[in-house]
Structures are given as C-alpha cells and as structure tokens.
Design a protein around this ligand. Structure first.
Ligand code: TYC
Length: 104
C-alpha cells in the first residue's frame, strides 16, 4: 500500500516477489542396454517425446555411446506419465529398455 513520509511525499512500495516458485522440472532419461533394438528406441523417442527422426536418432546414439541420454524436461506428473508409457510399451514388445526421471 502507498503511504506518505514526514514531508508528505508519496512512498510507493517496491513490487513484492512472486509468492509461488515455479514447479520443479524433471528430465526424462533413457538408459542403454545390450538388447533393445536401435530402431525400437528411435521409434519410442519419436512417439513419446515428439522428436523428428533425425533428432531421435541422435539421442538414441548418444544413449548407446554414453549409457544415458535426455529426451525432454517436463513437470513432475507429465515426466512420470512418460516414464510409465515408455516402460509399458517396451515390456509389451519384450525389450528391457529402461527409462527414468531426475529433477532437472
Ligand atoms: N545398445 C542397444 C543396441 O546396441 C541400443 C540402445 C540404444 C538400447 C539406446 C537402449 O536406450 C537405449 N541394440
């Protein structure tokens, strides 16, 4: 609220900081294994993380080389749903692909 000082000058308070923090974000990562076919991983990245074929292939190759790779960053419930969908799809297809989330 604006007030006046002893000389009658109008004092306008500084803007208060936002009371709410932005929600924490989570990275969704794929982990490498020796059995899941490369083509299956590329299709998963395209389908669940909205990447084009070229980008999905780059991510898959990074996972293959480095052991893990990031597919996207999302609010907690969306990240968790993506992990579940990927794991369900992979298990139904008989592949051991692992997908995890980590706070960004
Ligand atoms: N390493 C697997 C192969 O050689 C390919 C692969 C890539 C598996 C990424 C999992 O998250 C993964 N067939």
């Amino acid at each position: 609220m604006a007030t006046n000082d002893e000389n009658g000058t109008l004092l306008i308070p500084k803007e208060k900081k936002a009371a709410v923090k932005p929600p924490p974000m989570y990275q969704v990562l794929l982990l490498n294994d020796d059995y899941t076919p490369m083509e299956f991983v590329v299709a998963i990245i395209q389908e669940y993380f909205n990447k084009d074929r070229e980008t999905a292939t780059q991510i898959m190759l990074k996972v293959h080389r480095d052991g893990k790779g990031m597919c996207g960053v999302y609010p907690k419930d969306i990240a968790s749903t993506k992990v579940e969908l990927v794991l369900t799809h992979a298990r139904k297809a008989g592949h051991p692909l692992q997908c995890v989330m980590e706070e960004a």
